[in-house]
Design a protein around this ligand. Sequence first.
Ligand SMILES: [Fe+2]
Length: 412
Amino acid sequence: MKDYFKEIKEAKVILRKKSKDYKKNFQKIEQFIKAEVNEIKHLKQNKQQIIPEISFKDLNTNNNSKVIDQIKRRGCVVIRDVFEDNQISQWNKDIEEYIEKNNYYEKQKEKAGLDNYFSNLKSGKPQIFGLYWSKTQVRIRQSNELDIVKKWINHLWKFKYSEYQVFDPAKELIYADRVRRREPGDSTLGLSPHCDAGSIERWIESNYQKIYDKIFSDQFENYDPFDAKFREKTDLIKSPAVSNTFRTFQGWTALTKQGPTDGTLQLIPIAKGMAYVLTRALLDDVPENELCGSLPARALSANNQYHKLLLEGLVSIPVMNPGDTVWWHPDIIHAVEDNHLGKGYSNVVYIGSMPLCEKNLDYAKKQANSFLKGESPPDFAAENYETNFIGRATLDDLTSLGKKQLALEDWK
Ligand SMILES: [Fe+2]
């Protein structure tokens, strides 16, 4: 095991040196965050929209500059009515049938020896399913609708440079992820505020240091979170909890209606919020070999001890209807409400955006093997539930687009 404590200490020396005065630099960033948080609180109090929204049918019209500015500021967006209600409701039923016909619940108990694990839940049922290759998931992933959405959100990034192009925004790959079916009354699934795609790496890893250079070197106002350069090169500490791909956005598609208090997603909708976390860790009250609670091979932590101001900006996303989608930038701190107090199942399929670049293609090629065998993808625990599942998606279910997205056919 590497000596991460030593690496953290060394990184702090390097990062502090980038600034004329790292304390003043933090204070400047703190002022910015304060203003953002105040605005979020004000909007919340007045029940005004905080997370930018756009309707699917408006994506490629010409008057979107205002909402695009908002997305770049907030680092997230809700895209409404991507799929027809009837279609989604059918897909939701299909996946339910897939789970029941294949005795998922029984198999899960056997496999993990989890008989008592969910015992604090009335039904004892899991809320997150280690399923990746149901026809529902595959159909949504390879849909023309999501192809349009992902091209649009990928274009929010700056990806072209004189030296090279970081990714191709029009060519998507699939990052196969799981399914959430959260039942009313569930209190097992809450997630505290965190960020994926690297924890201590954001300070110690050389490409992350380049990505965040402007933040550390007193040029916070010129830092652009949507500048993709070096993001496809970061090297993350290997762990089952960490995705080692470059996703331009994490996201999910709603299969059922769900709103605040239904155990839904929460976001801190400040695209530059990471700057606060990064520079806060350099202050003198943080032990020299620590980074405000962030640990290797885990999600990046946002906590009350060090990030109280930022956490005041945490808001639940608005009511999502079946067929709506939500997307958030990889630096956006997010959480899941502890309790589902609503009456219906809140079901989603996790589908983010992973455009074509070398790093993502490498992953997609390995993942293609998992698809063909029905196994769990390389980033996830090797539960391999679906190898013998009836009704699993196979090569025959893939369109030409679907094959390209799974690296089973070359992108031309
Ligand atoms: Fe997460």
